[in-house]
Design a protein around this ligand. Structure first.
Ligand code: ADP
Ligand code: MG
Length: 617
């Protein structure tokens, strides 16, 4: 039989390699920014259009390339950064694999312009899908400009796999942050769709963090400094009280390279032990300097994971220096987390054996305002009462036996009225309600075949979710105008998340007079949304967008409705009046999908009389 093995043509090999290096626009951003840093640039400008799908351009004032180097830079395994395998252990540059430009050029339209300082003119090269289209002499400033257009133009499957612009832009900005935070001595600029999103002038490290995350970050930072034989640590940790529900601001840089390390993250978490609640994430921005010989960066193609020779020692040093800083800045005694956590969890779990506690917390909880709050939060969904296909299931309370049942199902509620419901008084009959609240968590109601146990929080989430979805899609959310505009402050990155949601939010009933820089001005709110809750709603929304694991079904409308319903739904632990309980039952069964919450968890269960009968054998 004839030989069948062939070497793959270069452009195919490059496309395959590209799969490893370039997953999305943000990967290109990372590679180009790193090349600019390696070239010694002091100013680096990043320009993206359509979250990088249409254009990613990086302009630097670094050392540039000669004509020959410019041409060679697109070859696979072409690098100026290492010569021998030994150099791998003495790395002082970001790149070294010589693959990035070759990979990018295999899957996009690339235009390179570059000039070295001593030269009069520079070189321009255009490459499309690994094929050199043109090479010319050009007049261009010293340094390099690379434009990457129409990413994945020749791999439609990969292009289709890209997420919405919101999601892709978030990745781009994340990458930009990582690089910018590691290099405060370089001036970085980011332009998104023509408007300047970030301008980060040369500064010290603290100032860089503040420029990236907003002015309010400054007061949150506690410095960390430590120098030992094996490790030098510098940077900042966030004060415990500013720990977040999401993992947003956690940065390790090892020799100026952003890395991910669950192990080192654990070292920090354990230093914060007792100071923050479980499930909360402290912020940190830490630079670790180690001997390049003691690490191996090569274990991951995108170079975000590295191997340390002696991780245990690093762990111990890191943990103790973070602890030291927390102590030195007197963080620990100031906070009284005992009290805080009690305030935050008003529920009484002692008798509840049904579910482990959830992390959801009602930050506005005020034990003296229970009743008022529940009224207020329900107003928006009280508007229209409607019935649905549940009528057949639901028969209301028809017999006295039921009333007696209720005396033990709803002990709490019955205490004040036990007398009247114990006596079978005909006059009272029509006032006897058909719903009962159990442990401020479940609403019990009767159906033909037995009883219905409804989770109040999940049910109300479902109701609000469908309401919001309806409002967004038919664009008819009712607004209440605010007397005084409400000004809220966010970081630039958070503002970038809110901006694309503006239309949808307005359809829900929000009115904005401006969303820019670091602030949002709100002039109107959806009916029933209290002013005091707006910042919580928006923070929750931002954190939900950040946490969203992008998948094919990603829809901002859906995410928005989910997030809002989560923020506004009446919480577990809230006492509900009779009419509120009934309203929830009615509204729930008028929903399109009453069975599950927006996050796909059961909203109610039924317990049949036959099941009860069995228990009484
Ligand atoms: P690597 O960075 O791993 O060496 P790349 O494919 O990213 O591989 O780049 C190939 C080479 O092109 C680099 O080694 C460098 O010599 C040159 N190069 C790339 N970008 C720039 C730039 N912005 N300025 C100067 N030289 C560059
Ligand atoms: Mg590189």
């Amino acid at each position: 039989m004839a030989d069948i093995i062939q070497l793959l043509p270069d452009h195919v090999a490059n496309q395959i390699a590209a799969g490893e290096v370039v997953q999305r626009p943000a990967s290109v951003v990372k590679e180009l920014l790193e090349n600019a840093i390696d070239a010694g640039a002091t100013t680096i400008k990043l320009i993206v259009k359509d979250a990088g799908k249409t254009l990613i351009q990086v302009i630097d004032n670094g050392k540039g390339m000669s004509t020959t180097d410019a041409r060679l830079s697109f070859e696979r395994h072409a690098t100026s950064k290492i010569r021998t395998a030994d150099d791998l252990f003495q790395l002082h540059t970001k790149g070294f694999r010589g693959e990035a430009l070759a990979s990018i050029a295999a899957i996009a339209h690339v235009e390179l312009k570059t000039k070295q300082e001593q030269d009069e003119v520079g070189t321009s090269i255009t490459i499309e899908g690994s094929e050199v289209i043109s090479q010319e002499v050009v007049v261009t400033p010293s340094g390099t400009s690379i434009s990457v257009k129409n990413l994945f133009f020749n791999i439609p499957a990969r292009r289709n796999f890209l997420k919405s612009n919101t999601v892709e832009l978030r990745h781009v900005i994340d990458e930009f942050h990582r690089v910018a935070l590691a290099h405060p001595s370089i001036h970085f600029l980011l332009y998104n769709n023509g408007s300047d999103t970030f301008n980060l002038p040369v500064s010290n490290y603290r100032q860089r963090i503040v420029n990236v995350f907003g002015n309010k970050t400054n007061e949150k930072l506690v410095p960390v400094e430590e120098e030992t034989d094996v490790l030098k640590i510098s940077g900042f940790i966030g004060k415990p009280e500013f720990a977040k529900k999401t993992r947003g601001e956690q940065y390790f840089f090892v020799n100026d390279r952003f890395i991910k390390s669950a192990y080192l993250n654990h070292a920090i978490l354990s230093a914060f032990e007792g100071l923050i609640k479980t499930g909360m994430h402290p912020s940190y921005f830490l630079n670790l300097k180690v001997d390049p010989q003691s690490i191996d960066i090569n274990i991951h193609p995108t170079k975000t994971e590295i191997k340390f020779d002696d991780e245990h020692t690093l762990y111990a040093i890191l943990r103790s220096s973070v602890k030291h800083s927390l102590g030195q800045f007197n963080i620990a005694p100031v906070l009284d987390f005992e009290r805080d956590s009690n305030l935050d969890t008003p529920y009484n779990y002692s008798k509840s054996t049904i579910e482990p506690p959830k992390i959801e917390v009602d930050r506005n909880f005020n034990p003296f305002q229970e009743q008022k709050q529940s009224n207020r939060q329900l107003t928006s969904s009280f508007k229209k009462q409607s019935t649905g296909h549940w009528d057949g299931l639901y028969v209301g309370l028809e017999s006295r036996e039921m009333a007696t049942d209720n005396n033990f199902t709803n002990v709490e509620f019955e205490t004040e009225k036990s007398e009247s419901s114990l006596f079978e008084n005909d006059d009272q009959k029509e006032h006897i309600s058909t719903t009962y609240q159990l442990h401020n968590k479940y609403i019990i109601s009767t159906i033909k075949s037995g009883m219905l146990v409804i989770d109040q929080y999940r049910a109300h989430q479902r109701i609000l979710y469908e309401d919001f979805l309806q409002n967004i899609t038919v664009k008819q959310g009712v607004s209440q105008q605010l007397l005084f505009a409400l000004q809220l402050h966010f970081s630039v990155q958070e503002i970038e998340i809110i901006k694309p949601l503006r239309d949808d939010l307005e359809h829900m009933g929000f009115m904005f007079s401006s969303i820019e820089n670091e602030s949002i001005e709100i002039t109107g709110l959806p009916l029933g949304v209290p002013e005091s809750e707006v910042s919580i709603i928006l923070e929750q929304l931002i954190s939900d967008v950040q946490n969203e694991v992008p998948d094919a079904n990603f829809s901002t409308t859906d995410l928005l409705a989910k997030s809002m319903s989560k923020s506004l739904a009446i919480k577990t632990g809230q006492t509900l009046k009779k009419d509120e309980q009934e309203h929830i039952v009615n509204k729930l069964f008028a929903c399109k999908e009453p069975n599950v919450s927006p996050t796909n968890r059961l909203t109610f269960i039924t317990v049949g009389v036959d099941e009860l009968d069995k228990k009484f054998i």
